[in-house]
Design a protein around this ligand. Structure first.
Ligand SMILES: Nc1ncnc2c1ncn2[C@@H]1O[C@H](COP(=O)(O)OP(=O)(O)O)[C@@H](O)[C@H]1O
Ligand SMILES: [Mg+2]
Length: 273
């Protein structure tokens, strides 16, 4: 196990630990993401995926370890974290748009306040990113007038408007109706193709298989295994990975299992049929 950061990595995490009180949520994480690489993080609910992402941009303060983003050690107490965060785009499960601002205004406000861009320049950049996510013509729409999928694409365009060096996605399609998921994944796929560095927490295994350079499987605060999608999703080495994949790839099978168990229990009770 290396303890030195990987030179030139977009994200490098060494010996990362995070506890909330007595609960240790990250139990020593080591991994890195190369520039231009797409890494998908998968794993059961509660395994620490969101906490890992939040430690990368210091929305959570790590209890131990070192996190380096694009050559800057963000866990250095002297670091100007606002400066670092500006280089990281973050997209959450819930879209976090300002409800009282139009799509265009949602994209220009941080450009103007944080990057000090003038109105005309900010609007030009905003329009180009709305077009990139397939939302030309929706500039004047308020979030409530947009579908969940459209709102999430506005959120992605907003992040892109800040010229991030890398993007973190935390289950970006989990809150969406199934028919809206595809458009968001298509935008993310295009972004990956354009060379964006992306760290993506997702349960979309077909996306992970097709787009990820690498898949990381987490369970109980640790990385259990990582490798290419073919290795981790196609031929997992660990039982915990296999169990998890069986559940996400075929939830119906698990429901059937559950139904079977209920039937058996009912029979044992003498209440079946
Ligand atoms: N702010 C917090 N305070 C206390 N416990 C937390 C906090 N954030 C997350 N946790 C706990 O940490 C564990 C991992 O959470 P999380 O990183 O959200 O997992 P995942 O994203 O994989 O579902 C869970 O047990 C969760 O309840
Ligand atoms: Mg989460």
């Amino acid at each position: 196990m290396t303890t030195e950061p990987v030179a030139g990595a977009a994200i490098d995490v060494r010996g990362l630990r995070k506890s909330f009180g007595a609960l240790e949520v990250l139990r020593g994480i080591d991994f890195s993401v190369a520039r231009g690489e797409v890494v998908c993080v998968i794993g059961p609910s509660g395994s620490g995926k969101s906490t890992l992402l939040r430690c990368v941009n210091l929305l959570e303060e790590p209890s131990a370890g070192r996190v380096t983003v694009a050559g800057t050690e963000v866990t250095d107490p002297e670091v100007d974290i606002d400066r670092v965060r500006r280089r990281i785009g973050m997209v959450f499960q819930s879209f976090h748009l300002f409800p009282h601002l139009t799509a265009l205004e949602n994209l220009t406000i941080a450009q103007r306040r944080v990057l000090r861009r003038g109105r005309a320049e900010a609007e030009r950049i905003a329009r180009s990113h709305l077009a990139r996510v397939g939302l030309s013509g929706k500039e004047a729409a308020y979030p409530a007038q947009l579908s969940g999928g459209q709102q999430q694409r506005v959120a992605i365009a907003r992040a892109l408007s800040m010229d991030p060096e890398l993007m973190l996605f935390d289950e970006p399609t989990s809150a969406l109706d199934p028919e809206l998921v595809g458009d968001v994944l298509a935008v993310m796929r295009a972004l990956a193709r354009d060379g964006m560095t992306m760290l993506v927490v997702t349960h979309e295994m077909s996306f992970a298989r097709e787009v990820a350079d690498r898949v990381v499987f987490m369970d109980d605060g640790s990385i259990v295994e990582e490798g290419t999608p073919e290795q981790v999703v196609g031929a997992p080495r660990h039982e915990r990975t296999r169990t998890f994949l069986a559940r996400v790839l075929d939830p119906a099978a698990v429901e059937m299992e559950g139904a079977g168990e209920a039937e058996v229990a009912a029979e044992a009770d003498g209440t079946a049929g």
